[in-house]
Design a protein around this ligand. Structure first.
Ligand code: HEM
Length: 514
C-alpha cells in the first residue's frame, strides 16, 4: 500500500495505550487502502464444525459471577462512571415486584417456550441472527453495572459504570500494550495475542479468558465476534506496516482504524437495521432531543441500560446451527462460555451473518415481548449463585432493574416524546398504572416495527444514546470527520459488519497465519 493521504487525521493516542488524552492535538495521519484480503474470499466458511455433543467449553465446576458483585465496583471515580436519566421529569412507574417476577419467570408472559424457538418455526425476524450479538458487544463496550440484583429501590447515584461511556472498543484494548500487556503478543506487541490455533482467545491456566471484558466470553457468539475483531486488528497492523507506517505509530493507528470502522458500522449498518434509516438521519442531522451530552460529559442513561438497549434479549434464539447442515444446538447450556473453546465447537460466522456468495444466514428471533428458554433459565456460570430462583430469568432481571432504578412507564415516555402510546390490546395483558419500559419497548417493536425494528420510543432512546455518545467523544469519527467512510476491503458495494468480522480471519488463514 502507499500513503495515499485518503486516510483521516486521528488524534494522537498516548503510546502506552492507556486512556485517551483528549487534550491531544489531532495529527498522526495514517493511510490504508482497499488491498489485503481478497474480497471474493469473504464468502468462505470460517471453520469446520461437525459435532454437537457436549464439550468442555463452559463446563467448569466453579461458577463465576459476571453480572453481580458483592460490593458495587467503583472503578472510575468521575462523571462518566455515573448513570443518569434521559427523562428526569417523569415519575417512576412503581410496579409490584411480585408481578414483575411472575411475568418474567418460567411460564410467565415473557417466557417463550423452547419449542417456538427451534429453527424454521416461524419466529424468524428479517435481520440475520448475528446482529443482536454485535449489539451485545456494543453494550459490553459502554455499560457495566455490577450492582447486585434485588427488589426494592436503589440509589441511582450510587451505581457505577465500570466501562467508559464511549464506543471505543475498551473490551478489546483495555489499557493497551503497556497497561494490559497480557492481551498482546510479546514478540509483536502491536498485535493481539490469540489462543494456540487462533480460534480462541488466550486463557490462563484455569481457562479464564485474557480479554478486556469477561462478558465477551459469556457464550460462543460473543466470543467468536471478539476473536474476529482481534484478528481484524492484527490484519490492520499488517496493512499499515505494508503501507509504511512506522513501528512507533502502528499500534495507535491500527486501534483508531478498527475503532472508527466499528463506530461507522454502529451508525450506518447496525442502527438503520434496528431503528430505521429515517430516524438515524434525523438524529444525525438535528442532534438528540433528549440526550445530547457535551463533549466529555457523556454518561449512560438508565432508560437505555435498564430498558431500551436490553431489547436484544428478545432477539436471541433458543437454538442455533453452527455450521452448514449442523444440528440446531441450544444456546444454553451447550454454548455457554468461560472455558477453552474446543476445535469441534466453533461457529462459522456465515451461519449468522449474510455474506455474499454464501446461503442466507439464520435469522434473529422476532421481537414479541418474550425471551427464549435459554434466557429464562440462565446457567449458573452466567448468574452466579442467586438468592431467588427467579433471578435465573433474564426477563425477571430486566423487569426488576427498570423497577429498582425508578424508570417511567413506556406510555409516559411515548406521551413525552409526542407519539401515540400502544393500546391496551397491543400491550396485552395490560399492566396496572402503565407498562414497564423494557417490556413496552419489546411490544412496541412487535406492533410498530414488525418484530424486526424498535418502535418510536425504543428507537429514539437507542439512536439518541449511541449517536450522542459518539458526538460527546472528541476522538470519534463523528466528532472529527463526520463524513469519513470506511476504507478497508469490502466484499460487496458497501462496507459492512461482515467485512470487518471476516477481514483478519480469511486473510490470516489464507496466508497460513493464525
Ligand atoms: C445470549 C445473549 C445474552 C445474555 C446471556 C445476556 C445476559 C445478560 C445478563 C446476565 C445481564 C445482567 C442482568 C442484570 O442483572 O441486570 C445483561 C445485561 C444487559 N444486556 Fe444482555 N445478554 C445477552 C444479550 C444481549 C443483547 C443481544 C443485548 C443488546 C443488543 C444486551 C444488552 C444488555 C444490556 C444493555 C444490559 C445492561 C448492562 C449493564 O448496564 O451493565 N444483552 N445481559
Amino acid at each position: 500500500m502507499t500513503s495515499s493521504g485518503r486516510w483521516p487525521s486521528f488524534p494522537d493516542r498516548p503510546r502506552s495505550g492507556s486512556t485517551v488524552q483528549v487534550s491531544d492535538a489531532p495529527g498522526a495521519p495514517a493511510s490504508i487502502c482497499r488491498t489485503g484480503p481478497d474480497p471474493a474470499s469473504a464468502g468462505h466458511r470460517l471453520t469446520g464444525v461437525s459435532s454437537a455433543r457436549s464439550h468442555p467449553h463452559g463446563s467448569h465446576a466453579a461458577a463465576r459471577d459476571h453480572c453481580l458483585s458483592p460490593a458495587r465496583a467503583v472503578d472510575r471515580p468521575t462523571g462518566p462512571s455515573r448513570y443518569g436519566r434521559m427523562f428526569p421529569g417523569l415519575d417512576p412507574l412503581d410496579t409490584d415486584p411480585g408481578l414483575l417476577m411472575s411475568a418474567g419467570d418460567t411460564g410467565g408472559i415473557c417466557d417463550s417456550a423452547a419449542v417456538l424457538d427451534g429453527l424454521g418455526r416461524g419466529d424468524d425476524a428479517t435481520e440475520a441472527a448475528g446482529w443482536p450479538f454485535f449489539g451485545q458487544l456494543i453494550a459490553h463496550d459502554i455499560t457495566a453495572d455490577r450492582s447486585p440484583i434485588a427488589t426494592g429501590g436503589v440509589d441511582p447515584e450510587a451505581l457505577r459504570n465500570a466501562r467508559a461511556p464511549k464506543l471505543d472498543l475498551e473490551m478489546l484494548y483495555s489499557d493497551g500494550p503497556v497497561g494490559s500487556p497480557f492481551l498482546f503478543d510479546l514478540g509483536d506487541p502491536a498485535k493481539f495475542l490469540l489462543g494456540p490455533d487462533g480460534g480462541d482467545v488466550p486463557r490462563n491456566q484455569q481457562g479464564v479468558a485474557l480479554i478486556g471484558d469477561p462478558r465477551n466470553d459469556v457464550h460462543l457468539f460473543a466470543l467468536t465476534l471478539h476473536i474476529a475483531l482481534l484478528h481484524a486488528h492484527n490484519r490492520i497492523v499488517a496493512l499499515l506496516r505494508a503501507d509504511g507506517v512506522s513501528e512507533a505509530d502502528v499500534f495507535d493507528q491500527a486501534r483508531t482504524v478498527l475503532t472508527w470502522h466499528y463506530q461507522w458500522i454502529a451508525v450506518h449498518d447496525f442502527l438503520p437495521r434496528l431503528v430505521g434509516a429515517t430516524l438515524v438521519e434525523q438524529v444525525l442531522a438535528e442532534g438528540g432531543r433528549w440526550f445530547a451530552p457535551s463533549p466529555l460529559q457523556a454518561y449512560i442513561p438508565l432508560e437505555f441500560a435498564d430498558a431500551a438497549y436490553r431489547y436484544g434479549h428478545g432477539q436471541i434464539r433458543h437454538t442455533y446451527r453452527l455450521v452448514d447442515d449442523g444440528p440446531a444446538v441450544p444456546l444454553f447450556p451447550d454454548l455457554v462460555g468461560f472455558g477453552p473453546l474446543p476445535a469441534d465447537r466453533r461457529l462459522d460466522l456465515t451461519q449468522v451473518f449474510d455474506v455474499p456468495g454464501r446461503p442466507p444466514a439464520q435469522r434473529a428471533k422476532r421481537l414479541d415481548g418474550r425471551l427464549a428458554a435459554s434466557l429464562i433459565g440462565l446457567p449458573e456460570q452466567v448468574t452466579g449463585a442467586v438468592a431467588a430462583a427467579a433471578y435465573r430469568s433474564l426477563a425477571v432481571r430486566d423487569l426488576l432493574r427498570g423497577d429498582t432504578t425508578g424508570l417511567p412507564s413506556g406510555e409516559a415516555v411515548a406521551r413525552l416524546i409526542g407519539v401515540t402510546p400502544l393500546t391496551a390490546d397491543e400491550i396485552e395483558p395490560s399492566w396496572p398504572g402503565g407498562t414497564p419500559l423494557w417490556f413496552y419497548v419489546l411490544k412496541e417493536a412487535e406492533h410498530r416495527g414488525g418484530g424486526d425494528r424498535l418502535g418510536p420510543v425504543g428507537g429514539r432512546i437507542v439512536a439518541e444514546v449511541l449517536i450522542g455518545l459518539l458526538r460527546a467523544d472528541p476522538t470519534s469519527y463523528l466528532s472529527l470527520q463526520p463524513d469519513w467512510e470506511p476504507d478497508l476491503p469490502a466484499a460487496g458495494p458497501g462496507f459492512g459488519l461482515a467485512d470487518l468480522l471476516t477481514l483478519g480471519i480469511y486473510s490470516d488463514r489464507a496466508a497460513g497465519r493464525t
